[in-house]
Write a protein that binds this ligand. Sequence first.
Ligand code: MN
Length: 285
Amino acid sequence: MKLCRFDADRLGLVDGERVFDVTSALSALPAAHYPLPRVDLLIAHLPELRGAIEATAKSAKPLALKDLKLLSPIANAGKVVAAPVNYKKHLEEARADAEIHHQKQVAEIQNVGLFLKATSAIVGPSEGIAIRHAERRTDHEIELAAIIGTKADRVTREHALDHIAGYCIGLDITVRGPEERSLRKSIDSYCVLGPCFVTADSVPDPSSLDLELKVNGEPRQRANTRDLIIGIADLIVFASSFYTLMPGDVLLTGTPEGVGPIKPGDIIDASISKVGSMQVKVRAG
Ligand code: MN
């Protein structure tokens, strides 16, 4: 199943290039009251809602996916957990390029661990990327984003993948420089999620997905998730050994080699096999 969030917070069931408006199925979600739960309610209750979503789609008129304003498919992520330098060739590239490593030793992920991006940075593909600190180098990073579906606290490798609800494409946009990663990667709009949320049953093997990112039609990043240094299951084991992962939490699994600068006016095309493709415009912030 593929879901998108579009226009004014509508929920869509995606079938190829068509989208069925299934927003009314959300009425089955439990009412939320202050203090609001720190989970994404749709992701937390998706297993019970699937039947209603499919039934609603049957009587909905199809819309054209290309005409919709696509928002982040995850509306209320509690946290964005991200893996730094998790592809070997990107590690080599980062160590070789002073503008990327910024006079700091680039450590292997096993030693440096994970970092967090602010959830306020999340946008959907149609919202675009608004560049701040335009005088500094800002890079694109395409990553497979795994969305947590069930509470995961100190899970074992054997059960780790069971906690994934699904996947989307993540763009971990990054200002290069000496400050902490969490600061440089948390600017508003620097975490693009899209185009849709694809449930885990539609991605039977997340460890063999092709990723590709182009800027203005020029290929920049091309890789496969089989080249991850720490695979998705082990990332969940690692992350959940420190903090409890909750439904709707986003796990950015790391970017492969080929990162490079973007500037206002650029157009990014990003795709991941089985997950989808999206176009994202870059503008001045
Ligand atoms: Mn990254």
